[in-house]
Design a protein around this ligand. Sequence first.
Ligand code: PNW
Length: 486
Amino acid sequence: YQRNVLDSQVCFSNGFSFGVATASYQIEGAWNVSGKGESIWDRLTHAHPEMILDHQNGDVADGSYYKVKEDVALMVELGVSFYRFSVSWPRILPNGLSNYVNEDGVRYYKELIAELHRNNITPVVTMYHWDLPQCLQELGGWTNPIMADYFVDYARVLLDTFGDEVRIWLTFNEPYSFCEDGYGGLDAPAANSSGFEDYMCGHNVLRAHGMVYRMFDNEYREKIGGHMGITLDFAWLEPATTSVEDQQAAETARQFYFGWFAHPIFSESGDYPPIMRSLIDENSKRQGFHRSRLPYFTSEEVEMIRGSYDFLGLNHYTTYLVKRGSQRLNVQPSFKEDMNAVRFQRDDWPKTNSTWLKVVPWGFRKLLNWVRLNYRNPKTLITENGVAYPRGLRDTKRVKFIDSYLRSLHTAIYQDGCFVIGYTYWSLLDNFEWTRGYTERFGLYEVDYQSPDLTRTAKLSAKYFTNVAKTGCLPNNFADYTYDTD
Ligand code: PNW
């Protein structure tokens, strides 16, 4: 790698923040300790180990439940200004409902938050990062409309308990992932019902988000201040060819993959994207259903959800090409059939240790501009970006990945005018990567799963990221972070 020494250094402005992220089930362990209830991920990994690549689970994970001081010390070393973590719903409310609060769960998050504040690190808290209480799944989980009310009750407990110490809240992490992969795929609860239950899940999650945002606005904002948003995952979708057909297919796919959740909340008009509404309505009719498989919001719900944000949390990892699918009649209805478009990646895009993640930094800039143009340039926090490579401390490839994505982000902000206020690396630590178990390592710090105390060790990328977080600039001299052998 060679850079012209005359290149001026790439720097982010003073107000721009750097942070790292994790999620409860992926790092905490202590799955049945001190009164914690069972989550849908506990259930899936215990009942169906064969559905996890290495047959593992999050019973122990990184043991972060016992490592508050140790983990915060790593963040101090990194020099990050915020930490995005999630609260485990069944750890706080073992029965899912708010009649009983588990005190040891409250103690753990209070200790974590206090330790962060002692070190000047701002907590950014996700209320729901996929670990639904199993007892609520027995009621149908997110397909049951009452889940929105229960989520409001849970959110109220969190705001009452932690509201004085936490100013930045995210309601949900990636509803697309947990609704589509959970109700139409292999993530918990692994319901095989795409084209039906995924849409029901999305509908209730959007209602739940809107209800919690309005509650926050009406009852908490004045008292505790703060900001509330939602994290959505946006892979960039580029037309496979310049044909009008593929360009239309790509735009339709964007409306299905991002617009499904972004349009109701962030667009000027609200509600589902018109193309999603019309395609699913038409398909449902043609398939002989008497009502659309995509539920309808009441006009009150449209208004409640429209504009229910202070900022957008955006997860971005990769890019896909899109071409028109062949509309097949008489097939099982599904999300993919409804949009009639196919996503794929080029073989010559650099591979990583995740089959779904190819290194395509230019997609980041395109995506951010699409968001700017479609949703009136919302205030955006990049809540996740990162990459998995095989185990090893000399992770030059990760350094290059982060550096290339940060350059793309820099261009989007300072040349194109996208309103992005911070960047979060996923993840602080190697962790339990859902159905890929411990086979994918995203951490800036390696976790030694063989050692009894789950030893954390800085990778080269931690050194690189420390430099970026502390200076706000990308290094001109890459030599410190690369080795000739790479
Ligand atoms: C994220 N995609 O999910 C999750 O929020 C994290 O919990 C997870 O550990 C992380 O990715 C890394 O796997 C995503 O296909 C899943 O673009 C898939 C995609 C993006 C994010």
